[in-house]
Design a protein around this ligand. Structure first.
Ligand SMILES: CC(C)(COP(=O)(O)OP(=O)(O)OC[C@H]1O[C@@H](n2cnc3c(N)ncnc32)[C@H](O)[C@@H]1OP(=O)(O)O)[C@@H](O)C(=O)NCCC(=O)NCCS
Length: 182
């Protein structure tokens, strides 16, 4: 899904990521252990081909949007926020975020992007709720979702087959305020 839309944030904007937006800093950021520590991409070294394929998958997807995040001071975009797993019947979806440019951390970029994408999904897609998952020790992520209007519903500990050890994560949710009006 690639809506023709630009969403303003403080000193920047979001717009759907296109294939021509791919750049080396994006790939390097996804391979940076400080960035990918809590992300699934850490499992496989990212390349031009793998990131291109991810962007294309999202463009072609009917149930997700991959927004690129740009700051005015940056030549390239600094991160992505993705609404995915959209269920049009039950009107819920999931959200994930990655500011791969570490120098953009701690300036409100992550929370601005989460708020903008969440508000867009409530207003345009008429979703009722959006859910986020964060590893329990990813305190920055949990704090960022809480700052963005998400509520921490519960912490979960799961023993996933095929994985060694337990997966501990926090489950957060944002609810559309006008749920009864739609
Ligand atoms: C998590 C992430 C999106 C936050 O982006 P950001 O642009 O730094 O977010 P913001 O500046 O809006 O807010 C960060 C908040 O986390 C807080 N924070 C940062 N590190 C923290 C830590 N170790 N413990 C607790 N809070 C922390 C900041 O103080 C700030 O809160 P405050 O404004 O109340 O002080 C970014 O660090 C990132 O992309 N990390 C790598 C990928 C990732 O983990 N994604 C989330 C997967 S669920």
């Amino acid at each position: 899904m690639i809506p023709e839309k630009v969403l303003p944030i403080t000193n920047g904007f979001l717009r759907p990521l296109r294939l021509e937006d791919l750049h080396q800093d994006y790939i390097d950021g996804l391979n940076n252990p400080a960035v990918n520590r809590y992300l699934e991409v850490r499992r496989v070294k990212q390349t031009v081909e793998s990131v291109r394929s991810f962007i294309k998958h999202n463009i072609d997807s009917s149930d997700g949007v991959l927004w690129g995040i740009w700051k005015n001071s940056s030549r390239h975009h600094v991160g992505t926020v993705r609404i995915h797993g959209i269920n049009e019947n039950l009107r819920y979806g999931d959200i994930g975020i990655c500011i791969f440019c570490q120098s953009a951390w701690g300036q409100g970029t992550g929370s601005d992007a989460i708020k903008a994408a969440t508000q867009w999904a409530f207003a345009e897609l008429k979703l009722y709720s959006i859910e986020a998952h964060a590893y329990l020790d990813n305190a920055a992520s949990i704090r960022t979702f809480l700052k963005s209007g998400y509520t921490r519903l519960q912490d979960r500990v799961k023993n996933v087959s095929g994985e060694s050890g337990l997966i501990r994560h926090a489950f957060l949710r944002a609810e559309s305020e006008n749920i009864l009006e739609n």
